[in-house]
Design a protein around this ligand. Structure first.
Ligand SMILES: NC(=O)c1ccc[n+]([C@@H]2O[C@H](COP(=O)([O-])OP(=O)(O)OC[C@H]3O[C@@H](n4cnc5c(N)ncnc54)[C@H](O)[C@@H]3O)[C@@H](O)[C@H]2O)c1
Length: 457
């Protein structure tokens, strides 16, 4: 079944169990909190195998679930099969065993969704160049899941989105097919909180929040997530679960903007910002440590608050603090360029013709994710001002620059003879020993204390 026109789809009843998926040994099954349905071939299907979906699929498989791992990109499936996906070491180990196991099926075949007892959607929810939510991918994925939905199935949306989205794209679309959430099948929303590249907190240990269309939907979604997650916090609506994620990431955006502003204030008053933050962080309550930086990247903080701001516009609700925070964050890479110009000028030279190398271009340490990375804007801004730029990042071989052209990572940054080194992202294992003690270094991370002639952003 390939059409995505949900309104014309007939209601499909449960698919018959096929022979390929033998029951797993009981030791591998974990402790299911609801009776296991025996007429589905897969316990859970994961739609979208990116930074969220692949670790989620592996967590379920590790917990003993039969997993259908679905991605519509053949390239992504090849990358996963070739063990080249950007994963933490533990997930790499999980992937090695999953790919050899009959209870883990990697596919692009959406028709198999009808054979899954639960379907989890984890596809991207970006914003466009006008900072308006781009729901194209999410709409297509939801339409596909709705078109293939069967009675008794649980559909769980985890993509970050606006409040009311699960109702609009899944519950209402299902009802057009004559399927009522809470009666014929089950629908819930659970925001994802994974922190790619962070090995300190295991994905399985991060509590999940979930809200369902009805109490029955809640119970089933909670039981599903408990197969791998150590704790699940239930809220009593889809909307509350959707809003929880928007609060979490808006909270981060606002606090990062505040940390950036404090860094600028401390520089103006000639105070050491890191010492001030370290000191404030000793307070055991009422303070949470946020570090200033070169801006924010990735698929969450630069995007998610815009889902809220966009939605509020239609209600004529103002959110000036959030808007201001997002504006400050968006302007931060430009400040890096300005600061680079100033420090070079203090050293008696301009940006025109200066040689500037950027260290680390991924949006954060230990990931190969360049989405929304401030480094791209910084490199482009420096180049626009006449600088000759290079970068070093073992995880990012090349960058497509705004306005065209490809910039390839330098393998020997010391031979670039930089007038200025800008530290943007420091991967845990990255070696900075090539930076000579006499080099002028602009540390936008505020963390590289060992660099001798460090200038802070
Ligand atoms: N990346 C993070 O750190 C993070 C953290 C928390 C929440 N989130 C949220 O999770 C969601 C997913 O983000 P991500 O970073 O994993 O995205 P991603 O770009 O890394 O991966 C998405 C995957 O979905 C696949 N896909 C797209 N449409 C599909 C379809 N119709 N059917 C099957 N596969 C499809 C893509 O090919 C891709 O492999 C977003 O809403 C994001 O905001 C992300």
């Amino acid at each position: 079944m390939t059409t995505t026109d949900a309104t014309r789809m007939p209601v499909i009843t449960r698919a018959p169990r096929t022979a390929f998926a033998p029951a797993l040994p009981s030791a591998q099954l974990g402790t299911p909190t609801v009776p296991v349905q025996i007429d589905f071939d897969y316990d859970v299907a994961i739609v979208g195998l990116g930074y969220v979906g692949l670790p989620t699929a592996l967590a379920f498989h590790h917990a003993g679930s039969r997993v259908l791992a679905l991605d519509n990109s053949a390239q992504r499936i090849d990358t996963i099969r070739a063990h080249s996906a950007d994963l933490l070491d533990d997930d790499r180990t999980r992937l090695l065993s999953a790919l050899d196991h009959p209870g883990f099926v990697l596919t692009a075949d959406e028709e198999l969704l009808a054979r899954a007892e639960s379907v989890i959607i984890c596809v991207p929810t970006p914003v466009d160049e006008h900072l308006v939510p781009d729901l194209t991918i999410l709409r297509a994925a939801c339409a596909m899941v709705v078109a293939n939905a069967v009675e008794g199935q649980l559909i769980l949306l985890t993509s970050t989105t606006y409040v009311g989205c699960t109702q609009d794209l899944i519950v209402d679309a299902l009802s057009k097919r004559g399927l009522e959430a809470g009666r014929d099948l089950y629908v819930a929303f659970s925001p994802e909180r994974i922190d790619p590249g962070n090995a300190a907190v295991s994905h399985d240990d991060v509590p999940r929040v979930v809200g369902g269309t009805t109490p029955e939907c809640e119970v089933r979604a909670e039981a599903l997530l408990k197969r791998y997650a150590r704790s699940v916090h239930v809220v009593h609506s889809l909307a509350a679960a959707e809003m929880t994620k928007l609060l979490e990431n808006t909270f981060r955006a606002v606090n990062i903007a505040l940390a950036n502003e404090f860094a600028d204030i401390c520089r103006a008053l000639d105070l050491p910002i890191t010492e001030v933050i370290d000191a404030a962080s000793t307070k055991p309550y009422g303070f949470m440590r946020f570090m200033p930086g070169p801006g924010v990247g990735g698929h969450c903080i630069p995007c998610d608050p815009h889902y809220l701001l966009w939605q509020l516009k239609t209600k004529h609700v103002e959110a000036p603090m959030i808007r201001q925070a997002m504006t400050e964050i968006a302007g931060r890479p430009g400040r890096v360029v300005d600061r680079a110009r100033d420090v070079l000028s203090d050293a008696g030279r301009g940006l025109v013709g200066a040689r500037v190398v950027v260290v680390g271009v991924a949006y954060k340490p230990n990931v190969a994710d360049l989405r929304e990375s401030p480094a791209i804007e910084i490199l482009a801004g420096l180049r626009d001002h006449g600088a000759e730029v290079a970068y070093v990042d073992a995880l990012i071989p090349s960058i497509r620059m705004p306005g065209g052209g490809i910039l390839t990572a330098t393998s020997d940054p010391s031979s670039f003879n930089a007038d200025l080194v800008i530290i943007h992202t420091k991967h845990d294992w990255a070696d900075l020993s090539w930076i000579s003690p006499s080099a002028m270094v602009l540390d936008t991370t505020y963390r590289e204390l060992s660099i001798p002639r460090r200038i802070l952003l």
